[in-house]
Design a protein around this ligand. Structure first.
Ligand code: NAD
Length: 426
């Protein structure tokens, strides 16, 4: 989504999501005295690919789809990042998401650079057959970009293990290899990792628990609202509820619900699974307007749907003490100072939703070794990595006396700076 945003660092209006990323990079770079040279390298994505995919629709007509892949950096390892299917996918958005992946992998200390891809389409408007042909066409178009030690995609909004399995199959066919590690987030039967599907939601849960501890709050005494009830939102809500947090609000694109006595998350997941993944019609809570969800009464707010949903308009009305960003880029840069002024702690996206890429990394390691771990082992390793990353970010935000968002950028930039310097340039 390309919107007009305010460059928080310089007080200027910018026109793109990528510029919003740069605004935060600039702000962190200034505080930590990052060299101009390193900052310039990180402001320029390494590679941008745009393809046209001609695909036959079920009714016999031919349709062209625009596909994208941006590799932001490879200083810390092969590039890693999801593939998004949505109508607002565009070059600017993909570039911003790719840069976030570089920062995210650096924050969690994974041996990866950052990338992102996407196809401009509405996944709900296509049959399974059409989605399969589009995904396979994308894999063919990206055959020279993807590679197990080069660029490794994963699911993102609008895609899941199903699309990953199609892309894997097509990639292996055209490259005459059997290379499961070229893509992560696969179904377990074709080389996926146990624990991957719920991993991003699990990371949100661990980050929430870490932040609650810093605030001196016990999970069983807090309430939470979760926006988005897809992969990230539904698992985050379920896992938080399992830890004793009372989920009082949930919502997706179809409807939002609130119940101060608590929502039965398992019943909501069951309802959505039987209604084309939509919450509309759920009876376990009162329906509220979608725009009311983020500002409703709660201690913890988890935006886990779209970018740019926390704005200068709704930020002053947010009642939560803690925001844990499940989605990528849910807070507009201009809303950051409002949240800071209200002393709302915000665990930023590049830390809060890094559980997915962390377990993707474990999946890749298991694929390389052809040896698979138990779910318990995956979760244990994930939780340790997430707690370490949280503590590092907390330490940097304390040391530099900045928000957790800037603390996370500083943590990432310290690591990326080493990669850029040590690998050098022409
Ligand atoms: P998904 O497609 O599984 O779910 C998206 C959810 O958002 C759905 O419930 C949808 O109904 C809801 N939604 C869409 N438009 C909405 C609107 N206008 N208002 C309220 N809800 C709306 O996607 P996902 O994988 O859960 O991804 C969600 C976010 O998390 C994205 O920003 C994505 O980039 C980010 N993320 C995902 C992963 C992952 O592993 N899947 C990892 C890191 C970050």
């Amino acid at each position: 989504m390309s919107t007009t945003t305010l460059n928080a660092a310089q007080g200027q209006h910018t026109q793109s999501m990528f510029e919003a990323v740069l605004a935060r990079l600039d702000a962190a770079a200034k505080i930590m005295n990052l060299s101009e040279e390193v900052s310039t390298v990180l402001k320029n994505p390494a590679k941008q690919v745009k393809v046209s995919l001609p695909v036959m629709m079920d009714n016999g007509s031919l349709k062209i789809f625009n596909g994208y892949r941006t590799i932001h950096s490879t200083h810390l390892g092969p590039s890693k990042g999801g593939i998004r299917y949505a109508m607002d996918v565009n070059a600017d958005e993909v570039m911003a998401l790719a840069a976030w992946m570089s920062f995210k992998c650096a924050v969690v200390n994974l041996p990866y650079g950052g990338a992102k891809g996407g196809i401009k389409l509405d996944p709900r408007a296509h049959s399974v057959g059409e989605l399969e042909r589009i995904s396979r066409a994308y894999a063919v178009a990206m055959k020279d970009v993807f590679g197990v030690n080069k660029d490794i995609p994963a699911p993102d909004m609008g895609t899941s293990g199903r699309e990953m399995a199609w892309i894997l199959d097509e990639f292996n066919k055209i490259t005459a290899t059997d290379s499961p590690g070229v893509i992560t987030g696969k179904p377990v039967a074709v080389g996926g990792s146990l624990g991957r599907e719920a991993a991003t939601g699990r990371g949100v849960m661990i980050n929430t628990l870490c932040a609650l501890k810093k605030l001196g709050l016990k999970p069983e005494n807090v309430t939470a609202v979760v926006q988005g009830f897809g992969n990230v939102g539904s698992h985050a809500a379920r896992l938080l509820a399992e830890k004793g947090v009372k989920i009082v609000g949930i919502g997706d694109h179809s409807a939002s619900y609130y119940n101060e006595k608590g929502i039965d998350v398992a019943a909501a997941i069951d309802f959505a699974s039987k209604h084309n993944r939509n919450l509309k019609g759920f009876t376990g809570a009162t329906e509220i307007k979608n725009e009311e969800l983020l500002i409703s009464k709660c201690d913890v707010l988890v935006p886990a749907a779209l970018q740019n949903v926390i704005t200068i308009e709704n930020a002053p009305k947010i009642q939560a003490k803690l925001i844990v960003e499940g989605a990528n880029g849910p807070t507009m840069p201009e809303a950051d100072p409002i949240l800071n002024e209200k002393k709302i702690i915000c665990v930023p996206d590049i830390l809060a939703n890094s559980g997915g890429v962390t377990v993707s990394y474990f999946e890749w390691v298991q694929n390389k070794a052809s040896y698979y771990w138990s779910e318990e082992e995956v979760n244990q390793k994930h939780d340790i990595k997430m707690e370490e990353a949280f503590e590092n970010v907390w330490a940097n935000s304390t040391e530099y006396k900045v928000s957790m968002r800037l603390g996370a950028y500083i943590t990432a930039l310290k690591k990326l700076e080493q990669g850029v310097r040590l690998k050098g340039h022409y």
